[in-house]
Write a protein of this length. Structure first.
Length: 390
């Protein structure tokens, strides 16, 4: 028996003592508390994995309340830190019978990526009931009897989502049993809090994309929610465009039932709080959606789409691209005259030209879409049909 094990084996593992040490400057521990402590908590605080294991092997209670720093319990507390020794301590607690059933444990799995590879499969396979429900506040949302999958959808990552969905695929389209606030539609409330719609509010496009690929419920209501969140919080960055493309391919955007929601999506871009519509078209050149959206755009919006402005931007881009191409060609010619290899051409110059060409291609598509929309609404037959739909 080693010396630490010999000494600790004769001490009562339930020993609790006053701790008035002053270590508030220890940045590895938040919420330091001067008060009642225990041997187990002291060993954890000192990051001594060997002593933690010895204490647990000798009967220390792995579920003892966390006296240092207050609640939650010891196991939950360990998950709040990223110190490299803490996963080992979590493993020791699980071996000793600690039960990870609290709301804090479920949520902290989402925040600590360090635990994904080393412990998540073990926890999900042997220690966690994936069908268990939890209640509490996550970020700004209050959940009641919520499945564990909702937490990684909002705050976790695709690895954690995959680990849970693999073990409980029926959770993929589970609803959130929240009480519906007064004045809100029950149907819309549940759509807002579906798995897929929790990801945009937390800026998690990778989660949303993974959920769509896995078969998460995709309909016009979820499309509208993701659309509004993505535009309001992320200004339609490239990852969100991928999500919108995936969703648009799975729903009938031109069906009669979809027209009111499609119209609301369009209306959303003409509110004062959002960027100008020119920026919208540059960021949202998404063919699966815009290809059908233009058929639903009412004539009153055409003046806001400002086709002349977009055509002017396209002409300017073409001028800049032409100037860059001539400049680059002149540089290459000079290099040849001076026996300098063409491979010495500045990479940033080539990448800038490639970017401008791609931007010009997108702008060309925007102008073509606007021209089609203008011609569409210039037709009396189309206008009469639009009046019937709206």
């Amino acid at each position: 028996m080693s010396q630490p094990q010999c000494l600790l084996s004769v001490l009562p593992t339930e020993l609790v003592f006053d701790d008035d040490s002053d270590n508030k400057d220890d940045k590895d521990h938040d919420g330091y508390y001067n008060g009642r402590s225990s041997l187990l908590h002291t060993a954890i605080y000192c990051k001594n994995v060997e002593v933690v294991k010895i204490l647990l092997q000798n009967g220390a209670d792995p579920g003892i309340a966390c006296t240092r720093g207050g609640p939650p319990g010891t196991l939950d507390r360990l998950l709040a830190h990223t110190c490299e020794t803490y996963p080992l301590m979590v493993g020791a607690h699980l071996d000793a019978g600690a039960k990870p059933f609290s709301f804090e444990f479920a949520t902290k799995l989402c925040y600590n990526d360090d635990f994904i590879n080393s412990l998540i499969k073990r926890i999900l396979n042997k220690h966690l009931d994936v069908y268990c429900t939890y209640s509490g506040r996550l970020s700004v949302k209050e959940f009641t009897d919520t499945a564990i999958l909702h937490f990684p959808a909002s705050e976790g990552n695709p690895d954690l989502l995959e680990a849970i969905i693999t073990r409980a695929p029926s959770l993929l389209n589970i609803s959130v049993p929240n009480p519906v606030p007064n004045g809100q539609s029950a149907k819309r409330w549940y759509n807002l809090n579906s798995l897929l719609n929790l990801a945009p509010g937390s800026h998690k496009p990778a989660n949303a994309k993974f959920l769509v690929h896995c078969g998460s419920k995709t309909n016009m209501a979820s499309f509208e929610c993701v659309w509004e969140n993505a535009s309001e919080f992320t200004e339609f960055t490239a990852p969100w465009l991928d999500v919108m493309d995936l969703m648009a391919a799975r729903i009938e955007l031109d069906s009669p039932e979809a027209i009111p929601i499609t119209q609301r999506c369009i209306d959303f871009f003409f509110t004062e709080k959002l960027p100008t519509n020119k920026g919208f078209f540059r960021k949202l050149c998404s063919p699966p959606f815009l290809g059908k959206m233009r058929l639903c755009t009412p004539p009153r919006y055409l003046d806001k789409l400002n086709i002349e402005s977009n055509e002017g931007d396209l002409d300017e881009l073409r001028y800049v691209i032409g100037w860059c191409e001539v400049t680059l060609q002149n540089e290459i010619q000079k290099e040849g005259e001076n026996d300098i290899s063409a491979t010495d051409t500045p990479i940033d110059c080539l990448s800038s030209l490639a970017f401008l060409r791609q931007h010009g291609k997108v702008q060309q598509e925007i102008v073509e879409i606007l021209r089609e929309a203008t011609l569409y609404f210039a037709s009396p037959e189309r206008l009469s049909g639009l009046g019937e739909r709206n």
